[in-house]
Write a protein that binds this ligand. Structure first.
Ligand SMILES: *Cc1c(COP(=O)(O)O)cnc(C)c1O
Length: 374
């Protein structure tokens, strides 16, 4: 089966390597990368990406759920795999069988894990203001008591920042508040429990905006930026960091046809040709991860030219207005994310047009799209 026949993702290993080295240089030497390879490595392909990261010397990973960790282990991934989210007690056996580190999502969950009786390796989540997962940093004595559960092997303590991508003063002040709460809790624990543990706090934006933070941490849970994307376009960050996108999304033009002025096209005839136009049907649609919100709105590159998506995006196809690319023919590549000659569409640019962030665009790339390492 020809892999580039319909719609495919090209993964640039060299760019992944570049991004890994960039963050390793930028962070203190004592801080190891713990890439977030959850959600199929943000749609890139979890096994392919994790294997590549392992080759680059990465030995800590984080995933959203136990099942993702199991997939990586079965593919031969070694080192620590931290499960960031909740795992049902029915699946505690899996954590042991596959040597996964589980997050304690609050004190009561710690009790549930203790009641299980058998040894489990855990990191304690501390809620410093996001109010998603973690035991509250205000309940420090309760957190201390987790060390009394003998079957819990506590190897780490971490928190998560929720405004580190913000540029307002209030958002930046909140990052600092979260760090103060985290450092206070860590100091208290270090003074109270007679045990070693690692600490981590930053995701991508906590790294990119490192100047807001004062502490040094053992791990940095880098996600979106390691894939060479920003959540949203930012001139200043793009200038400051030479991030190189790992993923390109491409599809084939199936046919090109002419429509005369006033004629409609696609479902609901939601687009009408404003004048004589050439349109191309491209074999990729919302089931492949192109948001339907890009109907009559998004863009793609054909032969180095940026052309508009016209009409409603279908499950398996979309239409481009290729009037400005008279040479366009059936069999041509259309680039939805990535480069075509001198033109480029970044994931974050597609995200803006779709009213979302690149994290959502990438993590929703369809199963049907073949991933090819280049
Ligand atoms: C997803 C996630 C990350 C990675 O976030 P990015 O912003 O993509 O770097 C880090 N930590 C936690 C707890 C997460 O859920």
């Amino acid at each position: 089966m020809y892999e580039k026949g319909r719609a495919w993702i090209e993964l640039n290993k060299e760019n992944l390597r570049h991004n890994v080295r960039l963050f390793q240089k930028f962070l203190p030497e004592s801080t190891a990368l713990m890439p977030a390879v959850k959600a199929n490595a943000y749609g890139h392909g979890d096994i392919l990406i994790s294997k590549e990261l392992q080759k680059l010397g990465i030995s800590h990973f984080c995933v959203a759920c136990a099942e993702e960790g199991v997939r990586l282990r079965r593919a031969g991934i070694k080192g620590e795999i931290l499960v960031l989210g909740y795992t049902h007690p029915e699946n505690f056996d899996l954590l042991r069988e596959y040597c996964l580190t589980q997050t304690i999502v609050d004190y009561a969950y710690g009790e549930t894990m203790a009641a299980y009786g058998k040894e489990l390796t855990v990191h304690i989540g501390i809620d410093t203001g996001m109010h998603r997962l973690g035991e509250s940093s205000d309940h420090i004595s309760r957190i201390c008591r987790l060390w009394e559960f003998e079957n819990l092997k506590i190897t780490g303590v971490y928190s998560h920042l929720c405004t580190s991508d913000g540029e307002t003063e209030a958002e930046q002040a909140f990052v600092k508040l979260q760090e103060r709460r985290f450092l206070r809790a860590v100091q208290y624990l270090k003074d109270s429990v007679n045990a070693e543990f690692s600490t981590h706090l930053q995701g991508s934006y906590g790294i990119l905006n490192k100047k807001l933070l004062s502490g040094n941490y053992d791990y940095a849970r880098v996600g979106i930026a390691l894939y060479g994307a920003l959540s949203e376009p930012s001139q200043s960050l793009e200038q400051k960091f030479d991030l190189r996108p790992v993923l390109s999304l491409k599809a084939r033009i199936g046919c090109v046809r002419e429509v005369s002025q006033g004629e409609g096209a696609g479902y609901g005839l939601a687009w009408h040709a404003p004048s004589f136009r050439k349109i191309a049907a491209v074999s990729i649609g919302y089931a492949d991860g192109i948001p339907r919100a890009l109907s009559n709105k998004g863009h793609a590159l054909v032969r180095g030219k940026k052309v508009p998506i016209v009409g409603r995006i279908c499950m398996d196809q979309l239409l481009l207005d290729v009037t400005e690319v008279p040479e366009a023919v059936s069999g041509d590549e259309a680039v939805l994310i990535g480069k075509s000659r001198d033109a480029e569409i970044k994931a974050q640019e597609m995200a803006v047009e779709a009213g979302t962030i690149s994290n959502e665009i990438l993590s929703r790339m369809g199963e049907r799209v073949r991933r090819i390492a280049v």
